[in-house]
Design a protein around this ligand. Structure first.
Ligand code: GLN
Length: 230
């Protein structure tokens, strides 16, 4: 299971979200605290952010902990809407930068923690890679990210072994699902973070129950139980 995070709020640097926190994605790449599947996230990383309405990405198939170039430039990159991830590849999946989240359709950035049998997904011609997460992202882009909660419930019912923690952003909102793995939310005075696991021990972090949809918009956080919630 990979680890991801999303930020919506005031512009902040990528390093302040990803590399500086004591248990941020940088540390989660080799020592995650809550990961249930896989021990480390060495199979690449991706940092996506909105530059106005434009999603931009920096992805790599190498471990985040050794990336001196990203560490050098990340303090100079700021955004009010960020989706970032570190990857632990599912057995049999390719190791390539195009297999690393976030995926995009030019409007949304989307990350997936988990696994799905792509045979249950509607056919798509837009996947960036053959990795299950890219095929899933393309299916969600085709059907509409606005329906994320419905789609996760539908795909989760079609593949009972699926784990479908998804995080998506379009610059003005963050959407996330918990379906089979951990998800936490932190409301800060300057914005809201959603993350696979807390990046520090701030007591304001809250765990999201399994099989829920989280929507963040205009500083408001809304949790909704998904169809199939136990
Ligand atoms: N199945 C996806 C991959 O292989 C995601 C893996 C994960 O969440 N660890 O990249």
């Amino acid at each position: 299971m990979c680890r991801h995070l999303g930020w919506l709020g005031a512009p902040v640097t990528l390093s302040s979200l990803i590399l500086d926190p004591p248990n941020g994605l940088g540390v989660q790449s080799y020592s995650p605290r809550r990961q249930r599947h896989g021990r480390l996230n060495a199979d690449g990383w991706g940092a996506g952010f909105f530059d106005g309405d434009t999603p931009r990405r920096w992805r790599s198939a190498a471990p985040l902990w050794g990336d001196a170039s990203f560490a050098s430039v990340a303090p100079a990159l700021s955004s009010g809407c960020v989706v970032a991830a570190v990857r632990s590849a599912t057995v049999g999946m390719p190791i390539e930068s195009t297999a690393v989240a976030p995926f995009t359709d030019g409007r949304w950035l989307l990350s997936h923690n988990g696994v799905i049998d792509t045979a249950v997904l509607p056919p798509t011609r837009h996947a960036e890679s053959v990795v299950d997460s890219a095929v899933l992202a393309a299916a969600i882009f085709d059907r509409g990210v606005e329906a994320l909660g419905e789609l996760v419930a539908e795909f989760g019912a079609a593949d009972p072994g699926a784990r479908l923690n998804i995080l998506a952003a379009d610059g003005t909102r963050l959407l996330a699902t918990s379906w089979g793995d951990t998800l936490s939310v932190l409301r800060r005075p300057d914005g809201v973070l959603l993350a696979s696991e807390p990046y520090d021990d701030d007591p304001r972090w809250r765990d999201v129950p399994d099989r829920h949809l989280v929507e963040v918009r205009d500083g408001t956080v809304t949790l909704t139980a998904l169809r199939g919630a136990r």
